[in-house]
Design a binder for this molecule. Sequence first.
Ligand SMILES: [Zn+2]
Length: 288
Amino acid sequence: MKTLRETLKEAGEKKVAVGHFNISNTEGLWGVFKAAQSLNVPVIIGVSEGERDFVGVRQVSVLVKSIREEYDYPIYLNADHTYSFDRVKEAIDAGFDSVIFDGARLSFEENVSITKQCVEYARGCGRDVLVEAELGFIGTSSKVLDEIPDGVLLDESSLTDPVKAKEFVDATGVDMLAPAIGNFHGMLRGGVDPKLNIERTKAIADAVGIPLVLHGGSGNSEDDFKQAIANGVSIVHINTEIRVAYKQGLQIGLTENPDEVAPYKFLKPAVKAVQDVVEKKLRFFNRL
Ligand SMILES: [Zn+2]
């Protein structure tokens, strides 16, 4: 079985991206896995602090591992946006393949200091755990938005600076970097987010020499994805679009079978809705 590090290296060489999809429950997990399996591509399951508390930190780790082993499948688990060293440590101890320390709202120095602490812990844990860090603020909520979130500015000077990015990566030793390149968490109502800055993406990728991660991919166009992936992005995160699909699937399951009380029956359309969205995204990311 390839490690996540090997999978990412291969994605970089093939100029494709590994899809990262968030889940809150086993319906989401099966929806994502079935989509990836149908295309035979690797996939990363993401759980934010809230999502992993809902499923159970150790429980989600065992669930993903069980699929990896039973199907001999490259499915990985990432601790999405984690805001403290303690919670990074908890995820590493629970067996996650990668963690994100999100210090985007801290000062540059504080962000470096805690990210470095996370990298040191990962290196000493006895497994190959990847650490991702955030540089540049892109908002925090995975929902449908009426406007671009407060504090997210899309002008050139607010995007991640390639020189600062290089300094940050050298100082911390992180494996992956999530920059601000015109992206933001959540998606605008109407479904089309502003374009990404591809020139800046390439400049950052060239400067840091490690895989870039595109967050807030919900709402970005196919063309944006293609260009970003061709210029250094090796992982794309999708959350909001899956949440919307899950909820719509759930509503269908409940309204079409008003007398049904078996959750495994009325939840089936929710699994299918997640699967369909994920499959569509994985096709772009993997150029299929
Ligand atoms: Zn994110």
